[in-house]
Design a protein around this ligand. Structure first.
Ligand code: UDP
Ligand code: MG
Length: 308
């Protein structure tokens, strides 16, 4: 008998929880001779009745556990709390909105059990997205794979099943700024990726705005790459070379043809350009310094208000 822990981050999901629970129960009904399962719902500071719904389930089913945060800390923190607390031989992380279909679980378990994989991840194909989002998302994966050592598959979900050893490896990464897609890849081990066709939410609506997705992408790049810092250096070197050439040109022209007073507009544009480059590079640097600042405070990733 193997125990499977299911980590389920929930933020304002009162409509989805019941549907999710029923769908998962149905899947485990078919494999209950070999597998026990436990739920670890993480209530990420929901302002609706999510917590009450979870408590209702807990009353009826001893295998339901929950952790409730003191406020909304974000999905990364919720997953982190789940990984730190969930027990089981295998641990899965899955969304409550059924966009991570529970029906894939038996197949995922098989890969780990019979084919010795340490982790099975899921890649979503053909999700209905507006073209701008789709373009930005595919550019993000290209950029982060080019800039960092970790390899992140395009459209990989957070939905994954992991062995205890794999989860312990992820927990051993103590950073405060957690970009889990990168961390899962960074720990290594043998990972199998399953592809499945994207589905729409069972109920409720997504919590991600375009701006949040951009922030999240930037975070990922900064957490796993120092290429932007190097780029800033090279931009600096390049502008130095250009300005030295420019100076030589001006001095030689003045020596050969006498002083030229004209050229005020070009001078101003050059000053503005250099100023812009400096601010841009300072911005890159600032992002990294900000991360160091947050890391150095050693704040917890989340605060637990209730745990059962
Ligand atoms: N979620 C969370 N905290 C947040 C935002 C989302 O725990 O601050 C949970 C949410 O309840 C869901 C999962 O993370 O179970 C994925 O969220 P969502 O469906 O909004 O994202 P999408 O599927 O659109 O990427
Ligand atoms: Mg979703």
């Amino acid at each position: 008998m193997k125990n499977i822990g299911l980590i389920v981050p929930c933020y304002n999901e009162e409509q989805s929880i019941g549907i999710f629970y029923d769908a998962v129960e149905k899947v485990f009904n078919d494999i209950k001779e070999n597998y026990n399962h436990e739920y670890w719902f993480i209530n990420d500071g929901s302002s609706d009745n999510t917590l009450d719904k979870i408590k209702e389930l807990k009353k009826a089913d001893d295998n339901v556990h929950f952790i409730s945060f003191s406020r909304n800390f974000g999905k990364e923190a919720a997953m982190s709390a789940g990984l730190n607390n969930a027990q089981g031989d295998y641990i899965a992380v899955m969304d409550v909105d059924l966009q991570d279909p529970p029906s894939l679980l038996p197949k995922m378990i098989k890969y780990i059990r019979d084919e010795n994989y340490d982790c099975v991840g899921c890649i979503q194909t053909s999700r209905k997205q507006n073209p701008i989002r789709a373009f930005l998302s595919s550019s993000f994966y290209k950029v982060i794979n080019w800039m960092s050592d970790v390899e992140i598959k395009q459209n990989v979900r957070d939905y994954r099943l992991m062995t205890r050893q794999y989860v312990d490896a992820v927990i051993s990464l103590k950073e405060y700024n957690r970009f889990s897609k990168g961390m899962f890849s960074w720990v290594g081990f043998k990972t199998k990726y399953l592809e499945y066709k994207g589905v729409s939410r069972a109920a409720g609506e997504t919590h991600w705005s375009l701006y949040q997705l951009l922030e999240y992408s930037l975070e990922g790049i900064i957490d796993f790459s120092d290429v932007p810092l190097k780029m800033a250096t090279w931009i600096g070197v390049l502008s130095c070379i250009i300005s030295i050439l420019g100076m030589l040109f001006v001095v030689i022209r003045a020596l050969l043809f006498g002083g030229a007073v004209a050229g005020w507009p070009s001078l101003v544009s050059i000053i503005l350009f250099i100023g812009g480059v400096q601010l841009f590079c300072l911005g890159i640097l600032g992002n990294y310094v900000g991360k160091i600042h947050l890391e150095s405070k050693h704040r917890p990733q989340y605060i637990i208000k209730e745990k059962k």
